[in-house]
Design a binder for this molecule. Structure first.
Ligand SMILES: [Zn+2]
Length: 308
């Protein structure tokens, strides 16, 4: 497998207030672990700047203008109780989108079989018209629509194993059956959405996990709900909203996964990508707030992407 890794120094310059869990050190921890010898074969690429016009694939222009106006000249501005912006946040968010769209280009051109994008801010809580949950724009949603518009494919699946429900992605594709959205997440937990009964146009598959559950319940949710939905949908591309905050060390949730579970889930999605999508798989970093748990989990995830 040829696996690409997108990074960019601008992702460290999206600053959050002291004590905020979504902090630049998350990416430093990921960069440190991926510097190890085991990852020497990674095809490392500096993320290109994104095309701002592609934000409109998932968000209306007046919302984009509102986010831009909220970016401060100095200091840190609050967008909601836990979502903030600093002077470089716009450029970081646009570059995260550029990296995700470039990753889509890579898997369709054959330059890579799969790609991991280590970017921040994350995206899956950003709804059509609301920035929230540490997220400004919904990078995964934009990349899915980019694949459809630029590469002419019909069906894109987004699999979201972040411990929080991706309310934003669900909101954007609620009535769009060309995109399948599957999520495993702790419930109850922020943001409160993600019940099994939320099914959109039949294209939303939620698999809520009870607090204090772990590997067995997570894998069962994958095997009984997520993977059958993927087989039924037969996507042309699989995008992973790869949050690693279901790790047992994570301070924001109570699901007890280990890095082995992320290795396993990655392998399962690669099998489906091989079966339906010509191996095309793009993985975008979302959450994960314990630095050690995050680093171990990303190492397991990227290691599996490289090995097949
Ligand atoms: Zn999360």
């Amino acid at each position: 497998m040829t696996t690409r890794l997108y990074t960019h120094p601008i992702f460290l310059e999206h600053l959050t207030p002291p004590g905020h869990p979504e902090r630049p050190d998350r990416l430093r921890a990921i960069e440190r672990v991926l510097d190890e010898e085991a990852f020497a074969a990674l095809d490392r690429i500096q993320a290109p700047e994104g095309d701002e016009a592609t934000i409109l694939y998932a968000h209306p222009a007046d919302f984009v203008a509102r986010v831009r106006a909220a970016i401060p000249d100095e200091g840190i501005a609050r967008i909601d109780a836990d979502t903030t912006a600093s002077p470089k946040s716009w450029q970081a968010a646009i570059t995260a989108i550029g990296a995700a769209n470039a990753a889509v280009d890579d898997v369709f051109s054959g330059r890579a079989d799969n790609v991991f994008v280590a970017a921040r801010p994350p995206g899956h809580h950003a709804e059509k018209t609301t920035a929230m949950g540490f997220c400004l724009f919904n990078t995964a949603a934009i990349a899915a629509r980019y694949a459809q518009k630029k590469h002419g494919v019909e069906r894109v699946a987004i699999v979201d194993w972040d411990v929080h429900h991706g309310n934003g992605t669900q909101d954007i594709f609620w009535d769009d059956p060309s995109v399948l959205y599957c999520s495993t997440h702790q419930m109850p937990l922020y943001p409160g959405t993600g019940a099994k009964t939320e099914t959109g146009a039949g294209n939303i598959v939620n698999a809520p996990l009870a607090p204090q559950t772990g590997s067995e319940v997570f894998r069962d949710a994958f095997l009984s709900r997520v993977l059958p939905a993927l087989d039924n949908f037969a996507p042309d591309l699989i995008i992973i909203s790869a949050g690693f905050d279901a790790h047992h060390r994570d301070p924001l949730a109570e699901i007890n996964l280990t890095e082995d579970d992320f290795d396993w889930a990655t392998g399962q999605l690669m099998q489906r990508a091989a079966r339906h999508s010509g191996n095309r798989l793009v993985s975008l970093l979302e959450g994960g707030y314990d630095l050690q748990g995050l680093a171990f989990s990303v190492a397991a995830h990227v290691g599996r992407l490289m090995k097949g």
